[in-house]
Design a protein around this ligand. Structure first.
Ligand code: LIP
Length: 255
C-alpha cells in the first residue's frame, strides 16, 4: 500500500489524525468535562468518544477500506488486512484530574504485524513517530533507547490497575523494583511510558494488565529504537496483556 502523494501516506495521515485529536483535546484541559461513565477504577469522558470519532473519520477518509479497533469501539471494514489501533486519550484519569500527562496513540497493523506507530502528547507538543524499517523520531529528531546497563541505575515505570489480582501482582513487582532500581514511577499513561522508554527517558515499563490500544504504537517505537517489548496474554482475561518493555540491556529479573 504505497501512496504516491507523501501527505497521504499512512504515517502522514496518522500524524494528522493525532494532531487533530490533540487540537480537540488541549483546549478542554483543566475545564469542567462531560463524563460518559464514572467507574470505580476508570473514567470515560465524552471527549474520549469525540476524539476517537475525529481520528476515525480522518483515517477512514484516507483509507476507506481499513478497519478501526479503538478503546471507544470499532469502525470500518473489520475483515480488512489493515487495522488501525487507536487510543483516543491514553491517561484519561490524568486528564480528568488536570494532570498534564496523557496522549493520543495510533498504530497500524497489517495482517497482524504493527507497521507504524504515532504517539502525541498535546500538552508538551511532543510527537513520536515510526514506520516499519524507518528510524523512530521525536518531533523530527531520531532517538534510541537508553544505554544504561544496570537496574540499580534505572528508572522503571510500573503501571497498575485496580482489579484485586492485578493490583496484588503489580504491588509485589513494585516492591521488588523499588528496592533494586534507582527509582520507580507510576505515571498513568501506558502509551507515554512506552514512548519514554523508546526515547531513553525511562529505562523500563512494566504493567500486568493493559489493552492492545494502550501499547500497540509504543511497541513499534520501543523496538525500532533498539529496545525490547514482551507481551503475554492474561489467562484471566483474553482481552488483556501483561507487558514489559525496556532498553534491551538491563537485566530486569528480580526473583
Ligand atoms: C490507561 C493506561 C494506564 C493504565 C490503565 C489504562 P486509558 O488507559 O494508560 O496507564 O494503567 O489501566 O489502560 O484508559 O486512560 O486510555
Amino acid at each position: 500500500m504505497t501512496a504516491s502523494n507523501p501527505s497521504s501516506s499512512p504515517l502522514a495521515v496518522a500524524i494528522a489524525a493525532a494532531r487533530a485529536a490533540g487540537d480537540l483535546i488541549r483546549p478542554q484541559f483543566g475545564r469542567p468535562l462531560d463524563v460518559a461513565q464514572m467507574l470505580a477504577h476508570d473514567i470515560k469522558l465524552d471527549l474520549d468518544v469525540q476524539s476517537q470519532e475525529l481520528i476515525t473519520s480522518t483515517l477512514l477518509e484516507a483509507f476507506p477500506s481499513h478497519a478501526i479497533y479503538g478503546e471507544e469501539g470499532i469502525a470500518g471494514d473489520q475483515t480488512s488486512d489493515w487495522q488501525w489501533i487507536v487510543d483516543p486519550i491514553d491517561g484519561t484519569v490524568n486528564f480528568f484530574y488536570s494532570i498534564p500527562h496523557f496522549c493520543i496513540s495510533i498504530a497500524l497493523r497489517h495482517k497482524g504485524e504493527i507497521v507504524l506507530g504515532v504517539i502525541y502528547d498535546p500538552m508538551r507538543d511532543e510527537l513520536w513517530e515510526v514506520e516499519k524499517g524507518g528510524a523512530p523520531k521525536l518531533n523530527g529528531k531520531p532517538f534510541q533507547v537508553s544505554q544504561r546497563t544496570l537496574l540499580s541505575d534505572a528508572v522503571v515505570s510500573v503501571g497498575m490497575s485496580k482489579s484485586p489480582d492485578v493490583a496484588m501482582q503489580a504491588t509485589v513487582l513494585l516492591e521488588k523494583y523499588v528496592r533494586r532500581a534507582r527509582k520507580c514511577r507510576l505515571m498513568g499513561s501506558a502509551a507515554l511510558d512506552l514512548a519514554y522508554v523508546a526515547c531513553g527517558r525511562l529505562d523500563a515499563y512494566i504493567e500486568q494488565s493493559v489493552s492492545l490500544w494502550d501499547v500497540a504504537a509504543g511497541q513499534i517505537l520501543v523496538e525500532a529504537a533498539g529496545g525490547r517489548f514482551q507481551a503475554v496474554p492474561r489467562a484471566d482475561n483474553p482481552d488483556k496483556i501483561s507487558v514489559r518493555a525496556w532498553n534491551g540491556i538491563i537485566d530486569l529479573s528480580v526473583e
